[in-house]
Ligand binder design. Structure first.
Ligand code: SAH
Length: 477
């Protein structure tokens, strides 16, 4: 089998040493080096040295480690967590390793890779933080070079800072909600005032700064993004919308946003459907406003995901007003609005040189009142009219526009489920538009486009309204 060079042949792990024996065998420089290395931990070190050098004697004295002057006997490794064979005598080192292996104790023989069950790393010690660098024996010099680089990168105060963090962990878990607030707290803890105080050696001041940071809830309040999900196709989501979704703690979405788009959000983000399809309001607009503010005040990053563009018939103004009044920060991520998606599906130029110089985004409900809206005049001068939420009021839309002077022969396009795999497209004249009002099979969102520019669309993609819906009306008539 070909060896995979991307794989380590030894896996780094940290061995527990508290209350455990680590045995070092040897009299000279190698034994000194291993003893020093192990002394970074709290292991009960025992050095077996029958003829220790002056240097080793001094070190054993300095570290107050146990010295055993007996010559090697296999039982000496009994009960050790780790064994180091550093006698300088290859055969004796092998015998020591075999004695350890016979007792299932991992051992390391200096300069004999075949007799090493583990390698010792170059170590940067900022207890409780440790960085161990291994090269699998390929380059002790390289390891030392990396070690000194890493050493200069890390503040000497990292250890005390990490110990302070450990002492606060339970309190922080109790005081701050999991997720964004807690993450922000630790980030501020390790980079802000607390860390500066620890570095200056002011432990008391560091504790005061930590207490304050907990009280302030890490000084962060949540954030709300009003995000346009686009008309439904996942790949019509903007890159920014995608990024914001990936950072969300909570996603509040409308019923019109397809599951596939919602599931592009961060996997462990909480998801809440806040309804609003015609006829089934699962939450009132006021409830939604209150919920947005509440979630943000808990420090969450909230994505309010709306179909199409959030500022087009999306009740965004009310949500923004609530956020502003509560002092919650917000941003708006635009989306492809359904009128534009519907036009694209039909290859319909919504502005057309010499024909249509303006576009009106309107709702069908605007045409059900008594007075004709101002824009009706624009329709007469050739504007393209995009009607949202127009299906159930299609007949009155057609009638009112006709009353305003728009000819019954004016072209119209109707797109259900724009941009989605199950989209349906129709075309016809203003006179045909009432047909869709009773067409119950149009149960997806429907967008209507009215105006002379529609005639320039690729009508081979759509069915005539009069053919698709005639049967229904005849029965209804
Ligand atoms: N903010 C949305 C509009 C919300 S109002 C946007 O910018 O598109 C809801 C209306 O949008 C529906 O009644 C329908 O008219 C229209 N709509 C939304 N998605 C649509 C789609 N995929 N196809 C056709 N119309 C759609």
């Amino acid at each position: 089998m070909a060896s995979d060079t991307s794989k380590l042949t030894a896996f780094p792990a940290f061995v527990r040493t508290t209350g455990r024996k680590v045995a070092v065998f040897g009299n000279g420089a190698e034994a000194v080096a291993k003893t020093r290395l192990i002394a970074n931990s709290d292991a009960d070190i025992i050095v077996y040295a029958d003829d220790p050098s002056h240097e080793l004697l001094a070190l054993m004295h300095e570290l107050a480690v146990i010295h055993d002057a007996a010559s090697f006997a296999p039982e000496q490794v009994d009960g050790a967590a780790l064994v180091f064979a550093a006698t300088g005598d290859a055969a004796l080192d092998c015998a020591i390793v075999l004695a350890a292996r016979a007792r299932n104790i991992p051992a390391n023989a200096v300069d004999q890779p075949d007799y090493c069950d583990f390698y010792t790393p170059a170590l940067v010690n900022r207890a409780p933080v440790a960085i161990a660098i291994g090269t699998e024996g390929a380059g002790p010099v390289l390891a030392q070079m990396i070690r000194s680089k890493v050493d200069t990168l890390l503040s000497p105060a990292l250890g005390p800072l990490a110990r302070l963090a450990a002492s606060y962990r339970d309190r922080v878990d109790d005081a701050l909600p999991r997720g964004a607030v807690r993450r922000a707290f630790w980030k501020a803890f390790f980079t802000g005032e607390v860390s500066h105080e620890v570095e200056a050696g002011n432990e008391e001041a560091a504790r005061r700064a930590t207490d304050k940071l907990i009280e302030d809830g890490a000084g962060i309040s949540g954030h709300v993004a009003l995000v346009g999900a686009g008309p439904g196709a996942e790949d019509l989501l903007t890159l920014r919308a995608h990024r914001v979704l990936m950072e969300a703690d909570v996603i509040l979405h409308d019923a019109l946003v397809p599951e596939k788009v919602i599931s592009m959000g961060r996997r462990d983000a909480e998801r809440m459907a806040v309804g609003k399809r015609k006829g089934c309001h699962s939450k009132s607009q006021n409830d939604i406003n209150i919920l947005l503010v509440k979630l943000a005040k808990e420090g969450k990053r909230v994505v309010r995901l709306k179909s199409g563009d959030p500022l087009v018939f999306g009740r965004a103004a009310e949500e923004l007003d609530a956020l502003r009044r509560a002092g919650v920060s917000y941003e708006i991520v635009p989306g492809v609005t359904s009128a534009i998606a519907a036009a694209a599906d039909m290859a319909l130029p919504i502005t057309l040189r010499g024909v249509a110089h303006s576009v009106v985004f309107t709702t069908g409900h605007d045409l059900t009142g008594k007075t004709l809206p101002d824009w009706a005049k624009l329709a007469l001068s050739g504007a393209t009219i995009a009607v949202y939420m127009g299906r159930t009021v299609a007949a009155s839309v057609a009638r009112r526009l006709n009353e305003a002077g728009l000819g019954m022969a004016t072209t119209v396009a109707v797109v259900e489920n724009a941009s989605r795999a199950n989209r349906r497209m129709f075309h016809g004249a203003l006179a045909d538009l009432p047909l869709i009002e009773t067409a119950d099979e149009l149960d997806g969102p429907v967008l209507v486009i009215i105006g002379d520019a529609v005639a320039a669309a690729d009508l081979s993609r759509s069915e005539p309204l009069s053919v698709a819906f005639r049967a229904t009306t005849e029965i209804a008539a």
